[in-house]
Design a protein around this ligand. Structure first.
Ligand code: R5P
Length: 305
């Protein structure tokens, strides 16, 4: 399998998996490429049909597929990559603004699958390179422990900091758990004050959060910052502590708004109407555009070759 070499030496073809059309168009424009003409649909029995109509032989392909709710997306993605390979694409670079399947990164209980590794192996066998934003790295130190192909991980956390400085008066940032410190520190950028809480999760919807003394932040507006908002329970648990300590309802800012199940309703019911996310997953709360972050990451991948 070829590497990501020459990804930008020739005008890339940019293929949008379902729901990624806006980003694919923006990337094609920024990279002097073209959006691939293709048809991906389901047969009546639910299996995937794919046809790539644009000439692809010898051209680098950028495959755009954000991977929230990944089980529905992985098979079509793998089949698109296989089709492109079969038709002679020079290289296949996956741009996955949100890289799902990163949180089961250890065998917590005997018998569990470490699915981050298995999905990493699967995708690494299908594409030549990967670009993503803020993958959930906790017990894996680096994405290279999970993905064997060349990759660039960009971060949208500084962009959250930019948004906070422009939109919130006298903010302080709050990381709801130890893992969030890397994103909170990047968003704080050396000038915004921040504090990190601790979290114990006992179930998908059950978290217990503890906080240090918050007196030094009196009079400031809390902004919760995390990489992923899934069930929303982490944000809600941290917000309850802040409100019990006398602060206004915090703004909840996440890089990736997955919004699983009843997350949106639960946040509203908890009195948290101000939720802000990056556009790595399309959602009404998107307030931070990551297109330029991804373009820079793709250019970095090309220059790393
Ligand atoms: C933790 O592992 C992550 O950084 C997030 O805190 C977590 O994914 C949030 O999940 P939820 O919204 O389901 O509490």
């Amino acid at each position: 399998m070829e590497g990501s070499a020459h990804i930008l030496n020739d005008a890339p073809l940019v293929l949008a998996m379902a729901g990624n059309e806006r980003l694919a168009s923006a990337l094609a424009a920024a990279l002097d490429g073209a959006v691939a003409d293709c048809l991906i649909r389901r047969f009546p029995d639910g299996e995937t049909f794919i046809r790539i109509d644009s000439p692809i032989e010898g051209r680098p392909l950028v495959l755009v597929c954000t991977l929230d709710h990944a089980d529905d997306k992985l098979v079509p993605l793998l089949l698109a990559a296989a089709t492109a390979r079969d038709l002679g694409a020079a290289s296949i670079t996956l741009v996955a603004p949100y890289l799902g399947y990163m949180r089961q990164d250890v065998r917590f209980q005997p018998g569990e699958g470490v699915t981050s590794l298995y999905v990493g192996q699967l995708l690494s066998s299908a594409v030549d390179a990967l670009v993503t934003i803020d993958p959930h790295l906790h017990r894996h130190d680096a994405l290279g422990e999970v993905y064997s192909v060349p990759h660039v991980t960009a971060s949208a956390a500084p962009a959250i900091g930019v948004w906070v400085r422009a939109n919130v008066e006298r903010p302080f940032l709050v990381g709801p758990d130890a893992e969030s410190e890397q994103w909170v520190r990047a968003a704080a950028g050396g000038d915004l004050p921040y504090v990190i809480f601790t979290k114990t999760r006992s179930g998908d919807h059950d978290v217990a959060i503890d906080a240090p003394d918050l007196a030094q932040f009196a009079g400031r507006t809390p902004v919760l910052v995390d990489d992923v908002l899934s069930t929303g329970r982490t944000m809600i648990g941290a917000a309850e502590i802040l409100m019990a300590a006398g602060f206004d309802a915090p703004i909840c800012a996440a890089v990736h708004g997955v919004f699983s199940g009843d997350a949106a309703d639960a946040l509203a019911a908890a009195g948290l109407p101000h939720v802000v996310t990056c556009d790595t997953i399309a959602h009404p709360t998107n307030a931070i555009d990551t297109t330029s972050i991804l373009v820079d990451a793709i250019r970095k991948l090309a220059s790393d070759d």
